[in-house]
Design a protein around this ligand. Structure first.
Ligand SMILES: N=c1c2ncn([C@@H]3O[C@H](COP(=O)(O)OP(=O)(O)OP(=O)(O)O)[C@@H](O)[C@H]3O)c2ncn1[C@@H]1O[C@H](COP(=O)(O)O)[C@@H](O)[C@H]1O
Length: 87
């Protein structure tokens, strides 16, 4: 189990070291257009899960959405501080 900040730190490290086999590295190389589409796709899956699926499935879909948002943040060079200042 990890927090949003811990995952972001992990993905930041993946972006820096670019280990072989990292899905995050591939997603970053795919570019912002593809990263944005993934955010939209996962958001749709969250919506569907919220209406029709179990709490567990919904939580899993939300975790994937958070991951995709973080990949997009990294793709655009944003940090968590850039976002948190608006919360
Ligand atoms: N939290 C996640 C995470 N959530 C979702 N995903 C990716 O998103 C996919 C699920 O989303 P989709 O619905 O698009 O599934 P899919 O269509 O079957 O998958 P794709 O064909 O799009 O890969 C998963 O198969 C993963 O590839 C994640 N990939 C990685 N992480 C974490 O990110 C960290 C770094 O991962 P790597 O970069 O892969 O080492 C690790 O801690 C991982 O646990």
């Amino acid at each position: 189990m990890k927090t949003f900040d811990e995952l972001f730190a992990e993905l930041t490290e993946r972006a820096r070291t670019r280990p072989a086999g990292s899905g995050t590295v591939t997603a970053l190389d795919d570019g912002v257009h593809a990263q944005g589409k993934k955010v939209l796709e996962e958001a749709g899956e969250v919506w569907i899960a919220a209406e029709h699926e179990s709490d567990e499935r919904l939580a899993e879909e939300i975790s994937q959405l958070l991951y995709r948002v973080q990949v997009l943040m990294l793709g655009r060079g944003l940090t968590t501080s850039d976002v948190y200042r608006y919360l």
